[in-house]
Design a binder for this molecule. Structure first.
Ligand code: KG4
Ligand code: ZN
Length: 341
């Protein structure tokens, strides 16, 4: 049953074709370069770019999958959360396709889709839900840092989220203070490889709090004061690498400590992680070593599926339809502030 999925919640225009858990195609057109000169995503520009790219990206996804529009059995799009004008482009286009083809349509929660992306494995990628087990799931991106208890398939409970900046935002904003281009996360990851993570001691906000919430704006502020007090530090390439490694260590420490603690408390045997920051090598390594020590299974989204993509939207939509969930109305609206509950 081929299904077409579209994702346009932020700055990636993506289209994918899924068939029985298999990703036949997954195209992602990133707008990173467009937004880089503004130091962050500009919603109006994002929406215009989605409008320009959606048709060619969708056509190409169908072509690569070897599937015609008439052969599709269902269609899906991200309904929220995300930038309103960006979500609108994908959702309304897919509702129009569903209407024209007379096929069922599903509006998908972007974070719920992230929850299932770690189960996409192998080449070509296929979602293997036979391996599915209850987990604590970390979703960590430029806009969100959330911890979720996935009790069983399609049954989850939000445990906590960031009270201010997301972890990716913290990478991006501290990188900006250091003069790095947006988004700074990948560059901090690269520079940190040659740095000493214990060179500078930055705060680990809320690490010992008994809740599952996160906070990263205090860390950003302490980096700002640190740079004010050490104005020449960035002239020294090694010290700059040490700074990147130390900031990264603080972020990773908080993320891993709180995720593992939640898993222990809830007595689940599996941790999963997805979202753009899950590309971070230190985070992947630290999760892997800690889970191994604590005998917890770890499912990390492949780096192709960490950042926003339509494949994860399609996998979840197909799963919902096959488990008998009702389609979404063709005049349903976007839900920019949709919570996971
Ligand atoms: O999930 P994503 O593509 O978009 C949303 O925010 O929804 O995540 C983008 C975020 C950015 O903040 C970027 O700096 C961060 O993920 N990121 C990384 C790495 N790759 C992407 N942060 C740290 N290390 C990385 N390797
Ligand atoms: Zn995302």
């Amino acid at each position: 049953m081929p299904l077409l999925a579209i994702e346009t919640s932020c700055d990636e225009t993506s289209a994918a074709v899924i068939d029985r858990g298999c990703v036949l195609s997954n195209l992602v057109s990133s707008q990173i370069r467009l937004h880089a000169e503004y130091g962050g995503v500009v919603p109006e520009l994002a929406a215009r770019e989605h409008l320009r790219n959606l048709a060619p990206v969708t056509r190409m996804a169908l072509q690569r999958a070897g599937v015609t529009a008439e052969q599709l059995d269902a269609v899906a799009a991200t309904r929220g959360p995300g930038l309103p004008s960006a979500l609108m482009v994908g959702l309304k286009a897919v509702q129009a396709i569903a209407f024209a083809l007379r096929r069922p349509f599903l509006g998908i929660h972007h974070h719920e889709a992230h929850l299932y992306s770690p189960w996409l494995k192998r080449q070509p990628p296929i979602a293997d839900f036979s391996q599915f087990r209850p987990s604590v799931s970390l979703i960590v991106s430029g806009g969100h840092t959330i911890l979720v208890h996935v009790r069983s398939e399609l049954d989850h409970r939000l445990l906590g989220s960031t009270v201010d900046d997301a972890a990716g935002e913290c990478f991006d904003k501290t990188g900006k203070l250091m003069g790095l281009a947006y988004p700074a996360g990948p560059e901090i990851d690269r520079l940190a490889q040659g740095g000493n993570p214990t060179a500078f001691d930055f705060p680990r906000p809320m690490i010992d709090d008994p809740n599952d919430d996160f906070s990263f704006s205090g860390l950003k502020t302490s980096v700002r004061y640190f740079l004010r007090d050490h104005p020449d530090l960035l002239q020294d390439a090694q010290r700059a690498r040490d700074l990147c490694a130390s900031i990264q260590a603080a972020i990773v420490d908080v993320l891993v400590t709180k995720t593992i603690r939640a898993a222990r408390r809830l007595r689940v045997g599996c941790i999963t992680a997805s979202g753009g920051v899950t590309c971070n090598r230190a985070l992947r390594q630290r999760l892997a070593s800690t889970c191994e020590r604590q005998r917890l299974a770890l499912m990390l989204a492949d780096t192709d599926f960490c950042t926003d993509n339509a494949a994860m939207i399609g996998i979840l939509a197909e799963r919902k339809l096959s488990l008998g969930r009702a389609p979404t109305s063709l005049d349903a609206d976007i839900l920019p502030n949709w919570t996971l509950e």
